[in-house]
Design a protein around this ligand. Structure first.
Ligand SMILES: [Fe+2]
Ligand SMILES: [Fe+2]
Length: 208
C-alpha cells in the first residue's frame, strides 16, 4: 500500500469506529438462560457498564489501527488487522446491547479514539517487540476489567453477560497470541501509567 492508501484506510477505520457503521462477522453471543426483565436501576447500571465496554472497544480499534500503521512487518500488520476484525465484533455487540438497554455511547468517543491512537503510535514507534508487549498488557488489563464487570452486571442481564464472557475469552487469546509473537514485558511504570489512563477512561465513560 502507498502512504496515501494507508492514510485513507486509517481514516476509514476511525470513521467506522466512531459512526457505528461496522458490522459483526460473528453473531452476538446468546445467553444460556433467558434474560429476566430488569428494573430501571439495573437497566441504568447495565447501560453504564456496557458504555464503558463500548469505549474500550473504540479504543481497541484505534490502538490496533495505529499499531498496524506503525509496524514495518507485513506479517505483524496482518496479525494486528486480524485482531482488529475480532474487536469489530466486540464493538458491534456492545453497541447492540447499548441500543437494547436504551443507553447512549460515550459522547467523548472521538477523544478516546484520538488518545488511544496516539498511545498505539507511540508503542508502534518503539519497535515490534514493545508494540506486541503493549498488546499483551492492554489485553490482559481489559480481560481483568471484563472479569470485574461480570461481578457487577445484574445477574438477570444474561444478554450482556454472554457478550462480556465471549469478549473476555477473545481478549485472553489476543494477549496469548501477542505474547507468542514475541511481545516483550513492559516496565512496571509503563504498566501503572496504562492502568491510570484506563481508570480515567472507565470512570468518565460510566457517566458520559
Ligand atoms: Fe475487544
Ligand atoms: Fe482484544
Amino acid at each position: 500500500m502507498t502512504p496515501i492508501d494507508r492514510f485513507l484506510t486509517t481514516a476509514d477505520g476511525a470513521l467506522r469506529a466512531l459512526s457505528g457503521a461496522d458490522h459483526a462477522a460473528r453473531p452476538i453471543p446468546q445467553p444460556s438462560a433467558a434474560a429476566a426483565p430488569l428494573d430501571p436501576a439495573q437497566k441504568r447500571l447495565s447501560g453504564a457498564l456496557m458504555r464503558v465496554n463500548h469505549v474500550g472497544e473504540v479504543c481497541a480499534q484505534a490502538l490496533y489501527s495505529a499499531q498496524a500503521l506503525a509496524t514495518r512487518s507485513d506479517g505483524l500488520r496482518r496479525q494486528f488487522e486480524q485482531a482488529a476484525r475480532e474487536e469489530t465484533d466486540h464493538l458491534a455487540w456492545t453497541q447492540q446491547r447499548l441500543r437494547e438497554l436504551g443507553a447512549h455511547p460515550s459522547l467523548l468517543n472521538p477523544l478516546w479514539y484520538a488518545g488511544a491512537f496516539a498511545f498505539g503510535l507511540l508503542a508502534g514507534r518503539a519497535g515490534d517487540a514493545v508494540s506486541l508487549g503493549f498488546v499483551v498488557e492492554t489485553e490482559r488489563q481489559v480481560e481483568q476489567h471484563l472479569e470485574s464487570h461480570l461481578d457487577r452486571l445484574p445477574s438477570q442481564d444474561t444478554a450482556s453477560r454472554a457478550v462480556v464472557e465471549q469478549m473476555k475469552a477473545d481478549e485472553a487469546r489476543h494477549a496469548a497470541n501477542a505474547e507468542h509473537a514475541g511481545g516483550s514485558p513492559l516496565p512496571a511504570p509503563v504498566r501503572w501509567a496504562m492502568r491510570a489512563a484506563a481508570r480515567v477512561m472507565t470512570t468518565t465513560a460510566h457517566y458520559i
